[in-house]
Design a protein around this ligand. Structure first.
Ligand code: ADP
Ligand code: MG
Length: 271
């Protein structure tokens, strides 16, 4: 682990829905350039945490800092401009758009070409439409959808929709990318492909927070993992220390470790 100042920092973050506390007093630090896992059983508050960081939902209490700046009360578009972008657990795409148009919607505010520029060897700026299209096509190639540029979203498979959501998020040139169950519903080949994209983005310096139920996916990618249960953080650390943690095992299995419940059952519970 590096000692770099966290790029994302949550302190005492809480979100209530009426009497329900979906996220409870959560502290979280994400080191820049790392892949950080956010896991926990169904209903633990993972997607709500992403809603809070991305600005989709306001906090009930606490502070969110991104890159040293307090973003707690910024609207979504200003957080996107600051470099925070997320995907949704259920892809939110416009059925009537083409694949290329979808990615271009991610670019309308953004002619930065920061990491994309270096990744794709583009010039310092990509301002005009032809260049925007070029960027979008390269993003489609990155996620394996370059043959589908003119396909309408309604004609896409589930796996292709997931990949398109990633491409659209990348089009905003995030420095922090929040991926909510991006591998769910993908077959093993697609899952490995998406893992490869995530590794490549992290190698380019992007910071990624992953919410995922597939433990092998998380353990194979993440340098650090935070575990939520009933909205509260119950563990945080390198994957090996977290999976051996008594409270985590209990949260996943619903009973103490001494009970010889097979891991398979844990997966079924939160899958
Ligand atoms: N908009 C909402 N209104 C009311 N309750 C919500 C809302 N969003 C989430 N919740 C509740 O908050 C809890 C956490 O949900 P969520 O963040 O989706 O969990 P996870 O992503 O970990 O499965 C759940 O009990 C869920 O029903
Ligand atoms: Mg969720």
């Amino acid at each position: 682990m590096s000692n770099a100042a966290p790029i994302l920092s949550l302190r005492g973050v809480t979100r209530r829905f009426g009497g329900l506390v979906a996220v409870r007093d959560v502290d979280l630090d994400v080191v820049p350039g790392t892949i950080h896992g956010l896991i926990g059983p169904n209903g633990a508050g993972k997607s709500t945490a992403f809603d809070l960081v991305s600005g989709v939902t306001p906090v009930s209490a606490g502070t969110i800092r991104f890159d040293g700046r307090d973003v707690t009360h910024l609207p979504v578009h200003m957080r996107v401009e600051a470099g925070i972008c997320r995907t949704f657990q259920t892809p939110r795409l416009f059925e009537a758009m083409t694949v290329l148009e979808t990615v271009l919607t991610g670019r309308h505010r953004h002619a930065r070409c920061g990491f994309l520029g270096s990744m794709f060897s583009l010039g310092a700026k990509a301002r005009d439409e032809a260049q925007q299209t070029e960027v979008a096509l390269r993003l489609l190639a990155l996620v394996g959808l370059d043959g589908e540029a003119d396909t309408t979203v309604s004609g896409l498979s589930y796996g292709a929709r997931r990949k398109l959501e990633i491409a659209r998020a990348l089009a905003t040139e995030p420095r922090l990318l929040l991926l909510d169950e991006v591998a769910s519903g993908l077959n093993p080949v697609e899952t490995e492909f998406v893992a490869g994209i995530i590794r490549r983005l992290a190698a380019e310096g992007m910071t990624i927070v992953l919410v995922e139920h597939d433990m092998r996916f998380i353990m194979g990618l993440c340098e650090r993992v935070t575990v939520l249960n009933f909205g509260a953080r119950i563990a945080d650390g390198p994957p090996v220390s977290v999976t051996g943690d008594e409270a985590v095992i209990e949260a996943y299995l619903g009973r103490p470790r001494t009970d010889a419940t097979p891991r398979r059952e844990a997966r079924r519970q939160h899958g």
